[in-house]
Write a protein that binds this ligand. Structure first.
Ligand code: B12
Ligand code: SF4
Length: 451
């Protein structure tokens, strides 16, 4: 908990969503600028409740950007070593930069406190630059840094220049409504939270570290009330849950929520964006998802390899995944409405394994949603592979730099897998019939023919 924010009654607090830095990709694949700063918007509601006067500066979607989030090339960073020579990727600045950030800060009435939200660990340097800019413009303001980054990288965050570094979030604000009235433009979508934390301990994930191993949930009636209020006041129909484990104690939380939405015939669309666990899918849940205005379902598959699944402590078996797919398809979740997360770029993985996974999903009629493995401090996977990344700055661990590329899974192949298979659903017959000379598709054809 933050002692500065706890004493914010009667103070002017500027909530600052800092700029970001990502790999330049034509399709804006690395989209940290894609969502409003919902953590800060929850803090805003909590701070208002304590009598603070709050303002928001969202450096990623400020009107001064006129819709152009992508800025200068900050640097070029080296990709993983795949034996194909040194390869680098451009890292571009996203959002308000240099003078423009300082100008926007200067336009604000001098705040007593500036609260900066730091989410992705590979943005560490941008957080430091942002703190320095705040110091130059508002030397009297106290600066608080909070969010995932300080929780996961406490020592580095302590050197970032803030007056206070908050690790572990602000528990009282975790289930607060998002203060979307603070956003510069009206939004058509809002984030709600039903569950925080997760009872599982997957080796690559930092959810347990972020939540001290705890899982909490909110009463479904409270979520429904927030939904109704947001619909009535802001005209919002689209609600996204980025909960880590939305099926946690599902008969107590998400199922009653879906029942309430169906009973009240709310004209809303729900999305469970972080995916659901296949081992929990049964007929009742699938019926509720279909009745409860859920547009599509993402199953968290992550790997096809049973040994790797055990090493990663995944909470499901492949046969449970196959069963979940057939149940969901029977309830109308077909084609692009049924997706599966699959991790690519894992240590020791091969391109053939990625191609086999895509084929396997195509045969089941499931759309692959490829996610880039990003080794994160605070995860078990990080501890396991610490020697391989020792000495690298946090920026060099950004997704898309393919830290674990090797001759059997090259940077070029991983990028191409993304281009070809991510969010694309092809019938296997079409792949087999393709007369292309593309080596990756040719390899997939061979795998499909079992050769
Ligand atoms: C939504 C989300 C996304 C969104 C974008 C989010 C964004 N802000 O732009 C999308 C879907 C695009 C995304 C993508 C990815 N993500 Co993501 N994502 C998340 C998620 C679910 C929420 C992030 C968020 O906005 N949190 C803010 C809000 C929601 O948090 P909150 O708890 O309400 O906030 C509280 C505290 O944090 C605190 N707080 C927050 N700010 C402040 C400020 C102050 C001053 C204080 C005191 C307190 C405070 O108080 C708040 C109230 O209690 C997190 C998991 C998580 N629970 O954080 C993963 C997470 C951040 N993502 C992660 C990963 C790995 C990825 C991907 C690599 C996944 C992939 N393989 O494709 C990509 C990379 C995208 C990229 N940029 O390159 C990792 C982090 C990796 C890292 N090294 O930092 C996380 C932690 C998931 C995990 N469990 O491992 N992601
Ligand atoms: S990956 Fe999902 S299931 Fe595993 S610990 Fe993280 S949030 Fe929980």
């Amino acid at each position: 908990m933050s002692s500065l924010l706890a004493a914010a009654a009667g103070k002017r607090v500027l909530l600052l969503n800092p700029p970001a830095a990502e790999i330049a990709a034509a399709d804006d694949r690395w989209r940290s600028a894609a969502t409003p700063p919902y953590g800060l918007l929850r803090l805003a509601t909590w701070l208002r409740g304590r009598g603070a006067e709050v303002e928001l500066l969202d450096a990623l979607s400020d009107p001064a950007l006129e819709g152009r989030t992508r800025g200068r090339v900050r640097e070029r960073l080296r990709c993983g070593d795949d034996g194909e020579g040194v390869q680098t990727r451009e890292i571009v600045h996203l959002g308000l930069d240099g003078g423009l950030l300082e100008q926007r800060l200067a336009e604000r009435v001098a705040p007593d406190l500036i609260a900066i939200s730091a989410t992705f660990t590979w943005h560490a340097r941008v957080f430091e630059e942002t703190i320095a800019a705040c110091r130059r413009v508002h030397p009297r303001a106290r600066i608080v840094l909070g969010g995932n980054y300080p929780t996961l990288c406490g020592e580095a965050a302590a050197r970032a220049g803030a007056d206070e570094v908050v690790r572990g979030g602000v528990a009282e604000a975790s289930f607060a409504a998002t203060a979307i009235d603070l956003l510069p433009q009206p939004v058509r979508q809002d984030w709600l939270r039903l569950v925080k934390g997760c009872p599982n301990h997957c080796s690559y994930c930092v959810t347990p570290a972020l939540n001290g191993g705890m899982t909490w949930a909110r009463e479904p009636e409270a979520v429904l009330a927030e939904m109704k209020e947001k619909a009535a006041v802001h005209g919002i129909r689209d609600f996204v849950f980025h909960d880590d484990a939305v099926l946690y104690q599902r008969s107590r939380y998400v199922e009653p929520l879906l029942d309430l939405v169906a009973q009240e015939r709310l004209d809303v669309r729900l999305e469970f964006a972080t995916g659901i666990a296949a081992n929990q899918v049964d007929d009742q849940l699938a019926r509720r998802l279909a009745d409860g205005r859920v547009s599509d379902v993402i199953l968290a598959l992550e790997t096809l390899d049973p040994e790797r699944a055990r090493a990663m402590r995944r909470p499901q078996e492949l046969d449970q995944f196959v069963r979940a797919v057939s149940i969901l398809q029977a309830h109308g979740f077909t084609g692009k409405r049924l997706k599966a997360f699959y991790l690519v770029g894992l240590p020791g993985q091969t391109t053939d394994q990625v191609l086999e996974a895509a084929l396997w999903l195509y045969r089941l009629g499931v759309t692959p949603n490829l996610t880039a493995f990003a080794i994160t401090p605070g995860s078990e996977e990080y501890r396991r592979h610490e020697a391989a990344v020792a000495g690298l700055p946090l920026e060099a661990l950004a997704p898309g730099l393919w830290r674990f590329a090797h001759p059997g899974m090259t940077v070029r192949e991983l990028d191409t897998c993304f281009d070809y298979f991510h969010e694309h659903l092809y019938p296997v017959e079409r792949i087999l019939a393709s007369s292309t000379n593309d080596p990756l598709v040719r390899r997939m054809q061979q795998l499909a023919r079992g050769s």
